[in-house]
Design a protein around this ligand. Structure first.
Ligand code: EPU
Length: 421
C-alpha cells in the first residue's frame, strides 16, 4: 500500500488548478443510464471513485471510454442489465444512485444496500422514501433492494433530521425526470453539485425548475437525449488547497475555484486571519501569521461544508487559541482527531463538537488516513509539522483528490509517494 512522506515547514507559493468535482461527476455518470445516445463529459477528474462508477456502468450495459485529455464518452448499449452488485457498491456509496435511473428507465433494478462507513451509519431511508412516493415497489432480501416501476409524479418532502440529502435528492430527481406527471421535491438539497446534475439533465431534455433551491419541480418527459457537458470545479479540493495555504502561511492562487459557491469557506479563511482575493479566475489566499482561533459549525449548503471540517480542524490545531468545531451532518466524522493528537495536537471530542486547543506547532509522526477528508487533514498537518510525517493508506486520498501530492509539490511542498506496508 502506498504512503506519503511529508517534510514539514515549507511555505506554499504559486498557482494551482482545481480539477472537476467528484461529487458532481458521480451522480452525472449515474444519470447517463437515463439517456439515449452518446454523452460526452468533460472535466471529469481521474479518481478511484470515478473508475469505480465507470466499472459499475459497464456492468450495467454502458460503453464507457476515457480520452487522454480526460473526456469521458458513455453510451448505453444493453438495457437488459439491472443489478448493481455488492462488490462495487461496498467500495463507494454513490453507486446507490443508480437505483433511481434504473427504475425510471428500465422499470426494475436490484441494487446492493450500502453499509455504514468511516463517517458513521449513513442510512439511505430518504432515498427509499422518495422512490416509494414515486410509486416504486421495493423489496429487501440478501442485502439488496429490488424495485419495480412504473413511476409517476408526486409531491415529496425529502429532508430528514440532519437536513437535506445530497445523493438522496439526486436519486429521486433522476427517477422523476422520466416519471409520468409532475414531481415536487420539497426540502431538496441545493448543493452546487446537485444543481450541476439538474442542469445536465435539462441539457439532455429534462424539465426541472427551482434548480439550486430547496424546492424542485420536475415534469416527466418521454426520453432524454445525449449531450456534451463540463462538470463544475471541485469546491472541496479548492477549499483543501486554501486551507493548505493558510496552514503554511503561504500565498496561493487556486485557479478554477468558484468564489460564488464558496462564501462560507472564504468567510472562514478570512476569520483565520488570511487575506482572500476573489476573481473570475479563482481565489487567492495570502496568509502571513499563525491562524486565529475560530468557532464554526458544518451545515448543508450554503453553510460550511462537512467535507472541509477535518482539513480546517488541522489548521485550527495550530491556531493561536481555542476553537470549537461542531459537526452537524456527520457527528461521527472525527477519525482524524486521534491521529492529529499523535502529532502533538490537542483536540478533544465533546458530543458533536471538537474542542481544539491550538498548539504552536505539530510534530511529524507516522499516522494513518482512515477516510478521504481525514487523510487530507493529515497531509495539511504534515505540511505544518516539524520533521517528517508518514501517512499510511493514501488510497483514501486517491478516491477524491487527483494527485494531491503533485499539486502541493508544484507549490513548494515536499511530499513523496512511496511504497509502504
Ligand atoms: N441521511 C439520512 N437518510 C438518508 C440520507 C442521508 O438520514 O437517506 C443523513 C446522513 O446520514 C447525513 C445527512 O443526512 O447525516 C446528509 O447526508 P447526505 O445524504 O447529504 O450525504 P450523501 O449524499 O450520502 C454527499 C457527499 C459526501 C458529503 C455529503 C454531505 C457525494 C458522492 N457524497 O453524501 O461527500 O459529505 O453529501 O455534504 O456526493 C466526500 O466527498 O468526502 C463525501 C463524503
Amino acid at each position: 500500500m502506498e504512503c506519503f512522506t511529508v517534510e514539514g515547514g515549507t511555505t506554499l507559493r504559486g498557482d494551482v488548478q482545481v480539477s472537476g468535482a467528484k461529487n458532481a461527476a458521480l451522480p452525472i455518470l449515474a444519470a447517463t443510464l437515463l439517456v439515449e445516445g452518446e454523452v460526452v463529459l468533460e472535466g471529469v477528474p481521474d479518481l478511484r471513485d470515478i473508475r469505480t462508477m465507470l466499472k459499475l456502468l459497464r456492468e450495467l450495459g454502458c460503453a464507457c471510454e476515457r480520452d487522454p485529455d480526460g473526456t469521458i464518452r458513455i453510451e448505453v448499449t444493453d438495457e437488459s442489465k439491472r443489478v448493481a452488485p455488492y462488490d462495487i457498491v461496498k467500495q463507494m456509496r454513490a453507486s446507490f444512485c443508480v437505483l433511481g435511473p434504473l427504475l425510471a428507465k428500465r422499470g426494475e433494478a436490484r441494487v446492493s444496500m450500502p453499509g455504514g462507513c468511516n463517517l458513521g451509519v449513513r442510512p439511505v431511508d430518504l432515498h427509499l422514501k422518495g422512490l416509494r412516493a414515486l410509486g416504486a415497489r421495493l423489496d429487501f432480501d440478501g442485502g439488496y433492494v429490488s424495485g419495480r416501476g412504473p413511476l409517476r409524479g408526486e409531491e415529496i418532502f425529502l429532508a430528514g433530521s440532519f437536513g437535506s440529502t445530497v445523493l438522496g435528492t439526486a436519486n429521486v430527481m433522476m427517477a422523476a425526470v422520466l416519471a409520468k406527471g409532475r414531481t415536487i421535491i420539497e426540502g431538496s438539497a441545493c448543493e452546487p453539485e446537485v444543481a450541476d446534475l439538474a442542469r445536465f439533465l435539462v441539457a439532455c431534455g429534462a424539465r426541472i425548475e427551482g434548480i439550486g433551491s430547496h424546492r424542485l419541480v420536475i415534469d416527466g418527459v418521454e426520453r432524454l437525449q445525449g449531450t456534451t457537458w463540463r462538470v463544475i470545479c471541485d469546491r472541496m479540493e479548492a477549499g483543501t488547497l486554501m486551507a493548505a495555504a493558510v496552514i503554511t502561511r503561504g500565498d496561493v492562487m487556486v485557479r478554477g475555484a468558484d468564489a460564488g459557491s464558496m462564501g462560507a469557506v472564504i468567510e472562514a479563511v478570512r476569520a483565520l486571519g488570511a487575506g482572500v482575493e476573489r476573481s473570475k479566475d479563482g481565489i487567492r489566499v495570502i496568509a502571513q501569521d499563525r491562524p486565529r482561533p475560530l468557532d464554526m459549525t458544518t451545515l448543508p449548503y450554503p453553510g460550511f461544508p462537512t467535507d472541509l471540517q477535518a482539513p480546517f480542524v488541522s489548521v485550527l490545531s495550530v491556531a493561536d487559541g481555542m476553537s470549537v468545531v461542531t459537526e452537524k451532518i456527520y457527528p461521527e466524522r472525527i477519525m482524524h482527531v486521534a491521529e492529529l493528537n499523535r502529532m502533538g495536537g490537542e483536540v478533544r471530542k465533546q458530543g458533536p463538537s471538537q474542542i481544539i486547543h491550538g498548539v504552536p506547532s505539530l510534530n511529524g509522526a507516522e499516522v494513518m488516513a482512515s477516510d478521504l477528508r481525514g487523510g487530507a487533514a493529515l497531509v495539511l498537518a504534515g505540511l505544518a509539522a516539524r520533521g517528517t510525517t508518514k501517512i499510511h493508506r493514501v488510497y483514501h486520498l486517491d478516491r477524491g483528490y487527483q494527485r494531491l501530492e503533485e499539486k502541493l509539490c508544484s507549490l513548494g511542498a515536499r511530499i513523496q509517494r512511496i511504497e509502504g506496508e
